[in-house]
Design a protein. Structure first.
Length: 249
């Protein structure tokens, strides 16, 4: 039976699914699979949540738009899990606050601060640390290094407000070792861990491109990358995710 938002059937998605927030990025990734733009099969376009399935170097891979924020991502991931997905890798952008981070850099998340409403709703206020799967994370790091890409690896924060007005927003979380802000990974890590707790072999990872930096001196609007440069950096990130994901399956 098709899901409410992903109008697909079991078997339409590969076990490995890449999760961009942007439907335009889903089209980009689909074009990077075997056979180019015509090689992937469209399995969902309901509500603009584009989903494709194809292969990468012969290994089945899907890409599914998650939308912006943990409420949207959690709907998509809940339904992907019902449709048989077992390896989930978020591929997206992130706002850097860590010292030395620059636009175009790669961040690989080991864990998230669950500073978002959806994850808190799932947890009913219980303390919890959403973490990425070690094997997927190691594969992402190793693949990046093999390509000569030095990734920042560590803690990120999943937030609800893109335009946060607090004067100490960046400095407070930087002082706690947070590398950057994004809006989806916390729920992804939680849902994968919940599935593991139920006895399923489900794992999740997260690789991100720094699209902007936020500091006491500069805002996200002032530092956001030109779209052509962002697309080139994103393509490099996706190549890492595809190689690492297919190697780790």
């Amino acid at each position: 039976m098709p899901q409410i938002h992903l109008r697909a059937e079991p078997g339409d998605y590969a076990p490995l699914v890449l999760l961009p927030g942007d439907p335009g990025r889903a089209n980009l990734i689909a074009g990077m699979l075997d056979g180019g733009p015509d090689g992937a099969r469209l399995v969902n376009d309901h509500r603009g949540l584009l989903g494709y399935t194809g292969t990468y170097r012969g290994v089945p891979v899907s890409v599914q738009t998650s939308g912006i924020g943990t409420p949207s991502l959690s709907i998509v991931v809940e339904e992907l899990l019902r449709l048989g997905a077992t390896r989930l890798i978020r591929v997206g952008t992130i706002g850097g606050i860590g010292r030395g981070l620059r636009t175009g850099d790669i961040v690989i998340a080991t864990a998230t601060v669950p500073f978002d409403g959806a994850t808190r709703t799932y947890l009913h206020g219980d303390p919890y640390a959403p973490v990425a799967d070690f094997d997927i994370t190691r594969a992402l790091v190793d693949t990046a290094r093999a390509k000569g890409v030095k990734a920042a690896v560590g803690l990120i924060a999943s937030v609800d407000a893109f335009y946060n007005p607090d004067a100490d927003y960046a400095s407070k979380w930087r002082s706690r070792g947070v590398l950057a802000f994004e809006m989806e990974a916390s729920a992804l890590f939680y849902l994968a861990s919940r599935a593991q707790g139920a006895g399923r072999d489900v794992r999740a990872g997260c690789i991100l491109t720094v699209s902007d930096t936020l500091s006491e001196e500069e805002t996200s609007e002032q530092t956001y990358m030109e779209l052509t440069d962002l697309e080139a950096a994103t393509t490099r990130m996706v190549e890492i995710a595809l190689e690492a994901g297919t190697a780790a399956t």
